[in-house]
Ligand binder design. Structure first.
Ligand code: SDX
Length: 429
């Protein structure tokens, strides 16, 4: 007999089905709560509320577990590549050799941008933050590919939209970087793989030989895999709710980019490196900054620490921390902020304030150190997060639409003024 939950309201008993997931997570299905009882639930920030049932990513915050379609993130980071993980997330299974080469070839063929994009780039001041440019240009893809807006278009049109998005976002990111530096735009090269092509467009220069360092391309590949999906986080929930209105995939992802930009979310990776540089400039006294983070009267927070779900080490942070050491030493980069970061982590993890609140380093704590070593400036770190998260956003949007989920429209509890009559301006005090 399936389990039930009982709620007693105003002396009346209401029963609700219990849903149990494939990894043992349990939820009370309250879909009929208001119809039966007139009550709704209230859960600001959705800390206890499941928005959907999903088969894409499983994470266990207490045990620090992260699986994409059942595959442990540690195995995918070590053995897979980003386009293979993108295929897995979006099309549910690891691709065969032939499926992967077809998928990769299709993406390669769509990496170019319409020449009119340059007019949009020219409209931005060079000081524009790349995340603002990225979200604007991803949204403008609807103008160049109006078929993507057609809600009744079939799978072929959606697959083409998916391929265009995966193919063109790196080019948009690289061109916005070049534009901000006042450097010539580099066109994609079809003989380079996904990560190498991005690095070429970012750091190559016309009429100059630019050889992509395979170590840098491999490091980028791992970082993109680690960021590829993370179930119902803020930006993914944004993509899903915008998509639930049957807005196009481009518009939904543009909204997700803007949500990710927030300093409490993906924007934290830029904040972390700025925080570490501030600690370095201040003399490297990490205890001083741990104390500031604990002080309720001080707005300072330890950026890259804490997580809504992980109450243990973020498994991605563990992998990135390890990668930091190997990549920086192979690149011959000595960055004092890495030692400051390690020292900060060690000090915080011994402090009761952090222990009691189960605050551990998250994915953003070490990632910026690698991005910096790869030659990227801090404003681009969240763009890298968006490039990594793109397949997850696509997969989640596609799952929501395939499930025929209704438009997302939460309820509220009204706490404002009761009914009152209009007061003419001359009578207002
Ligand atoms: C990402 O959701 C995802 O999956 C996100 C993500 C993904 O892959 O999509 O993992 C990516 O966004 C990672 C998080 C990056 N953000 C940061 O590193 C910013 C710093 N972290 C915090 O702002 C905070 O930890 C959040 C936003 C990440 C989580 O906030 P919650 O769950 O709302 O928790 P909270 O703010 O209520 O904190 C609980 C307590 C509070 O103290 P008390 O009121 O109980 O005394 O912990 C404290 C907070 O003050 N706290 C911190 C802290 N984070 C939480 N105190 C100091 N420094 C911090 N970083």
């Amino acid at each position: 007999m399936s389990k039930e939950a009982e709620i007693i309201l105003d002396g009346k008993s209401y029963k609700f089905p219990v849903v149990e997931g494939s990894e043992g997570e349990k939820a009370i299905d309250i879909s009929n709560l208001r119809a039966q009882s007139g009550y709704i639930t209230l859960d600001t920030g959705y800390k206890n509320t499941g928005a959907t049932q999903s088969s894409i990513t499983f994470l266990d915050g207490e045990l620090g577990i992260l699986h994409y379609r059942g595959y442990p993130i540690e195995q995918l980071a070590e053995k897979s590549n980003f386009l293979e993980v993108a295929y897995l997330l979006i099309y549910k299974e690891l691709p065969t050799k032939e499926q992967l080469s077809t998928f990769s070839e299709r993406i390669t063929k769509h990496t170019n941008l319409h020449e009119d994009f340059k007019k949009i780039f020219d409209g931005f001041p060079s000081s524009a933050h790349p995340m603002g440019v990225l979200s604007s240009l991803v949204s403008s893809l609807t103008a160049f590919y109006p078929g993507s807006i057609d809600d009744t278009a079939g799978d072929d049109e959606l697959d083409l939209t998916i391929v265009r998005l995966l193919a063109k976002m790196p080019t948009i990111a690289a061109w916005s970087y070049k534009n901000s530096k006042g450097q010539p735009l580099m066109y994609p090269k079809n003989d380079l793989d996904y990560c190498s092509n991005f690095l070429y467009m970012m750091f190559g220069m016309p009429n100059q030989e630019y050889k992509v360092d395979p170590l840098v391309a491999e490091a980028l590949n791992v970082l993109l895999i680690l960021h590829a999906d993370h179930e119902q986080n803020c930006s993914t929930s944004t993509v899903r709710i915008v998509g639930s209105a049957h807005a196009s995939l481009y518009s939904s992802v543009a909204a997700g980019i803007n949500a990710l930009w927030g300093p409490l979310h993906g924007g934290a990776n830029q904040e972390v490196i700025e925080m570490l540089e501030q600690i370095k400039k201040d003399g490297g006294d990490v205890q001083k900054f741990v104390n500031k983070a604990k002080d309720k009267n001080d707005s300072f927070r330890l950026m890259g620490f804490g997580h809504r779900v992980y109450k243990n080490f973020d498994p991605r942070a563990k992998i990135i921390k390890k990668a930091c050491d190997s990549i920086l030493s192979k690149l011959g980069v000595k960055d004092p902020v890495l030692d400051i970061a390690k020292n900060l982590e060690e000090t915080a993890l011994k402090d009761p304030y952090f222990i009691e609140r189960k605050l551990y380093p998250n994915v953003d704590f070490y990632s910026g150190i690698i991005y910096k070593a790869l030659g990227l400036k801090p404003e681009l770190f969240t763009v890298m997060f968006a490039l990594g998260r793109l397949p997850g956003w696509i997969a989640q949007w596609k799952e929501m639409r395939e499930a025929g989920e209704p438009i997302g429209r939460p309820r509220q509890v009204y706490v404002g003024s009761n009914k009152r009559d209009y007061v003419p301006i001359e009578k207002r005090k």
